[in-house]
Design a protein around this ligand. Structure first.
Ligand SMILES: NC(=O)C1=CN([C@@H]2O[C@H](COP(=O)(O)OP(=O)(O)OC[C@H]3O[C@@H](n4cnc5c(N)ncnc54)[C@H](OP(=O)(O)O)[C@@H]3O)[C@@H](O)[C@H]2O)C=CC1
Ligand SMILES: CC(C)(CO)C(=O)C(=O)O
Length: 319
């Protein structure tokens, strides 16, 4: 109930702090800002450019967009106050102490939102902040940084997101999905994001791995090479088997659906290949190491995944 002395309720503008503003971070930050959120960013190498010029996005869907963040930071610490959403879009790398990085800026109002690849990437952060709500999301998007502060959005864009630890969809998640929808991002909520991560690994393990190990191939080149396509199917079958053993049974047609989707994709250079070519560290542990740790716990062996892991680690060490 309100009376004439009650000030009118203005809807709360959500504040977002993006930590790790590269391709994915910059892209979703711009969309959230377009939907009315107050979005600030933390960047590393692109700091000077983004602080001066903002971020330019060339999108197959939204055209050319210029996004000027509310504020730009080199460290989360300089962001005033605590954000409603701490959006983490860093690479998932073992040496990044995410908990230490975000700790100073987690307040009672803050929800952690992860948009990253890999499996079993949430637990350490959840252990560090057990009372902070966490939403973990998977991005089905093809974006890459072409130069500092410039992002190409080549295809897709949808998000699948769920609570971590998994639980039935709560109003806070529905509200976030609505915010992304308002930003023209096709977002949907899932009851079990851990299973969703295994499902995404069915694509990431073979295509990220082969794109690098086969000497720098895009998805079209992989699909057009019968032995490489078969190798992808074999790796997928291992992921499906491991996922089921870990308690995340996937649909019977998951391999076929992924192959057909890849067939329809624009030729795409995976994020692992882009990292490799740019001399950046690849997410080998998040995509292969964590899966193999789970395999080891279950006493199972997966020769393709093990070979990919050993070879990609060795390539990574050589840089
Ligand atoms: N690109 C894509 O199309 C997709 C990517 N993903 C996933 O999204 C996540 C982000 O990927 P993407 O945006 O492509 O990657 P980018 O390399 O474009 O951005 C990563 C960000 O993390 C920062 N970063 C990396 N390492 C460190 C470090 N050691 N310390 C501090 N900051 C660091 C980068 O800083 P700097 O500017 O210095 O490099 C950059 O700001 C990954 O998990 C990726 O697998 C998922 C789906 C699609
Ligand atoms: C599946 C895909 C291509 C985009 O969603 C991806 O995750 C990646 O390049 O790492």
């Amino acid at each position: 109930m309100t009376d004439s002395t009650t000030p009118p309720q203005t809807p709360h503008t959500p504040t977002v702090l993006v930590v790790g503003t590269g391709a994915v971070g910059g892209f979703y930050a711009a969309r959230l800002a377009a939907a009315g959120a107050q979005v600030s960013v933390v960047c590393r190498s692109d700091y000077a450019t983004i602080a001066q010029q903002g971020i330019t996005i060339h999108s197959f869907k939204f055209g050319e967009q210029h996004f000027h963040p509310y504020s730009v930071h080199e460290q989360p610490e300089t962001f005033p106050g605590t954000p409603d959403y701490m959006l983490i879009t860093l690479k998932v790398l073992p040496q990044i102490d995410l908990a230490a990085m975000v700790a100073p800026k987690i307040g009672p109002n803050t929800t952690l939102l992860l948009i990253q690849n890999g499996i079993e990437i949430e637990e350490k952060l959840h252990q560090a902040f057990p009372n902070t709500p966490m939403i973990s999301a998977l991005a089905f998007v093809c974006v890459s940084r072409t130069q500092p502060g410039h992002i190409d959005h080549l295809c897709f864009g949808h998000l699948s997101m769920g609570h971590y630890p998994p639980q039935p969809v709560q109003p806070a998640l529905t509200q976030l999905v609505q915010l992304f929808k308002h930003a023209q991002i096709d977002a949907h909520a899932t009851d079990n994001v851990v299973t969703a991560r295994w499902r995404k690994l069915v694509w990431n393990a073979p295509f990220n791995g082969v794109s690098v190990l086969a000497g720098g191939l895009n998805t079209r080149e992989i699909m057009d090479d019968a032995p490489l396509q078969q190798l992808c199917r074999d790796v997928m079958a291992e992921v499906v088997d491991l996922a089921a053993a870990a308690g995340h049974a996937l649909a019977d047609d998951v391999i076929e659906v992924n192959m057909q989707a890849t067939e329809r994709m624009q030729p795409y250079r995976t994020s692992m290949l882009l990292d490799h070519e740019a001399g950046r560290e690849m997410e080998v542990e998040a995509i292969f190491g964590n899966a193999l740790q789970r395999a080891q716990q279950l006493g199972r062996s997966y020769p393709h995944l093990q070979s990919f892991y050993a070879l990609l680690r060795a390539i990574g060490r050589k840089r």
